[in-house]
Write a protein that binds this ligand. Structure first.
Ligand code: C2O
Ligand code: CU
Ligand code: CU
Length: 493
């Protein structure tokens, strides 16, 4: 019986539809539903061991080459104990999609097969791939079509990235149903190469009483959708074993959920961000924040014991729903410290500061509150409720201009009442200065990023060098806002 249960619930694998369900009684903790319409919401079982991510097979036998196949399809996955299987949309039958492990300088060929009933794309979030291979909304893959994405990675790249759909419409539903997966790029000269790694791909999921993934509500569209169940590598509240110092790579693949992570009793050392290792190891921190789309690399500093991985409430000033007030536990960690070779303040890498460029680019995020509030009856806010530089996204309109290999000086302004994570396609940027409520601050050391959160009223100055010509999007990474048009086009020549 135990073995059967293990098999049944430890693999997020595709099941034939109509599988006869076994009733398993389990003591599930009571939960508070946030929306009465979702009652009674079936919960995913807790307490399984954290599964390691399945890795996308390299079909090439040539050194320096990666060839893989991704298939997007609908798939029934047995996630809960109380309902039938959940109809998901996933890559290669897995939730989350398989880990793509690459090396700097590799020639990458990904054959993508769209077996969905709708158009999609595969976007390589954070990677400096040619515009024509970046899976933007201008380049949809029709149902049934196969598309080969090809790019060569730079020699000096490393870090944790991800892939997800980016169609003009449907991105929000596709990601909510499971289409997203992680990427790691390793470099032979990287510091911390000898540390063992562990990977936490954090996503969230909402299920209705039938165990199915419902459509967005009006407040999902306005606030960004947060699934009630927070998953790590596809599991709810898994049990994690950490023996000795590990390099934890953490991804926030949620559409809108902010992850403020803390381990009461222990501390984090931040060693990496969106674009790989930071210049040096941070001082110990009691909590770290990952906005949607962001990644971090962390070490745990603590005594030998059991820790609860807490999601602390973070007030992102949602318009429709009140801020969360209580912390929740998303994993249980058994930690056994051994020698800790990596210390706070230690140098990890030299990052060359980008020089100031002479192309000023400005992106001001704004919202039309009246439009947002008046459209409730239609179920979806009108396009034009969330804007950049006063405009809603138009795939055929170029909004800003840049020249490849030159440095752009970006000024990003959040003129709205909510937080928004701002993301630019085409590679990584450096933060020069932030200013919030009249207080200016500059980072103490350099890191590479591709997504940065702005609080209401915040202004951020960035430097970024686009490496190749073509069209690049910049947008809010709350997927619902992106889909509602909080996005613009940068034309790089
Ligand atoms: Cu994660 Cu436009 O992308
Ligand atoms: Cu992106
Ligand atoms: Cu937003």
């Amino acid at each position: 019986m135990h073995r059967r249960r293990f098999l049944k619930y430890s693999l997020s694998a595709c099941l034939p539809a109509g599988l006869v369900r076994q009733t398993v009684s389990a003591a599930e903790p009571q939960h508070q539903a946030t929306d009465a319409a979702l009652l009674p919401e079936p919960r995913l079982p807790v307490g399984s061991a954290l599964p390691s991510l399945s890795v996308l097979k390299n079909e090439s036998s040539h050194a320096g080459e990666f060839q893989g196949t991704l298939i997007a399809r609908e798939c029934d996955i047995q996630l809960t104990r109380d309902t039938g299987p959940t109809r998901c949309q996933v890559y290669n039958n897995q939730l989350p999609g398989p880990l793509i492990e690459l090396e700097a300088g590799m020639k990458v060929t990904i054959t993508f097969i769209n077996q969905l009933k709708e158009a999609t794309t595969v976007h390589w979030h954070g990677l400096p791939v040619p515009s024509s291979q970046d899976g933007g909304p201008e380049d949809p893959i029709a149902p049934g079509e196969t598309r080969v994405y090809r790019f060569t990675l730079p020699e000096d790249i490393s870090g944790s990235y991800w892939y997800h759909p980016h169609p003009l419409t449907g991105a929000s539903a596709q990601i909510a149903k499971g289409l997203a997966g992680p990427i790691i790029i390793r470099h032979p000269d990287e510091a911390l190469k000898k540390l063992p790694e562990q990977h936490w791909v954090i996503s969230d999921l909402r299920l209705d009483s039938q165990g199915q993934i419902p459509e967005n509500t009006y407040s999902d569209w306005v606030d960004g959708r947060e699934g009630e169940q927070v998953l790590i590598n596809g599991k709810r509240q898994p049990r994690i074993h950490l023996t000795g110092q590990h390099r934890l790579r953490v991804w926030n693949l949620c559409s809108a959920r902010y992850l403020q992570l803390s381990l009461p009793g222990a501390q984090w050392l931040v060693v990496g961000s969106d674009g790989g290792l930071t210049e040096k190891v941070s001082q110990p921190q009691t909590s770290v924040l990952l906005a949607p789309g962001e990644r971090l690399e962390l070490l745990v500093q603590g005594e030998s014991q059991h820790y609860a991985l807490n999601l602390l409430p973070y007030n992102r000033h949602r318009m429709m729903s009140p801020p969360a007030e209580v912390a929740s536990v998303i994993a249980d960690i058994d930690f056994t410290p051994q020698s800790a070779p990596v210390k706070p303040g230690q140098e990890l890498r030299r990052i060359e500061a980008l020089p100031p460029g002479n192309n000023p680019l400005r992106a001001m995020m704004s919202e039309k509150m009246a439009d947002i509030m008046k459209n409730k009856a239609s179920g979806i806010p009108p396009k034009g409720a969330f804007l950049i530089n006063g405009k809603s996204f138009d795939v055929n309109r170029m909004d800003l201009h840049s020249i490849a290999e030159q440095v752009d000086n970006w000024q990003i302004i959040n003129a709205t009442t909510m937080d928004h994570p701002f993301h630019i396609h085409g590679g990584q940027f450096q933060v020069v200065q932030r200013s919030l409520r009249g207080v200016k601050s500059s980072p103490d050391y350099l890191i590479w990023k591709d997504t940065i959160n702005l609080q209401p009223g915040e202004v951020v100055m960035l430097r970024m060098r686009q490496t190749s010509p073509g069209m690049r999007m910049y947008h809010c990474h709350i997927i619902e806002h992106e889909e509602l048009g909080m996005m613009g086009n940068l034309m790089v020549s």
